[in-house]
Design a protein. Structure first.
Length: 127
């Protein structure tokens, strides 16, 4: 499956269903990845209790926050060579909107379950 496609997002959602619930970790997240081989790619996640329950290429009408990054940063995160939290702290990934909602999700990306899910997602990932 190819990075930044609906197939990739569908697989992410499927794998997320097995994650441990984190009550109250809810957000609607818009992503914008600039300068990909296919141009700027917009996609979103809807997170409910720490699980990704909806994924879609396109734009949300009213996201809680938007994460902007260039393709190289997105690729490094997808490859597992860059932690999302590190990209944010280094200013390589920017957030606009409700940063409090973003902070509530940080424990998810540090969990062993999240890392295992990402490793499984990477097994068949192409760029």
């Amino acid at each position: 499956m190819r990075y930044l496609t609906q197939e990739w997002l569908d697989e992410l959602r499927r794998l997320s269903a097995d994650q441990t619930a984190l009550p109250g970790a809810n957000a609607q997240i818009q992503f914008i990845v600039a300068d990909s081989p296919d141009g700027d790619v917009h996609y979103y996640w809807v997170v409910d209790d720490g699980r990704i329950i909806e994924t879609q290429i396109g734009d949300l009408n009213d996201p809680d926050f938007t994460l902007n990054m260039d393709y190289e940063v997105g690729r490094e995160i997808a490859e597992g060579t860059l932690e999302p939290n590190v990209a944010f702290m280094q200013g390589r990934m920017k957030c606009t909107g409700d940063t409090g909602k973003l902070m509530a999700l940080i424990p998810i990306t540090g969990s062993s379950g999240y890392h295992a899910m990402q490793a499984e997602l990477r097994e068949n990932l192409e760029f």
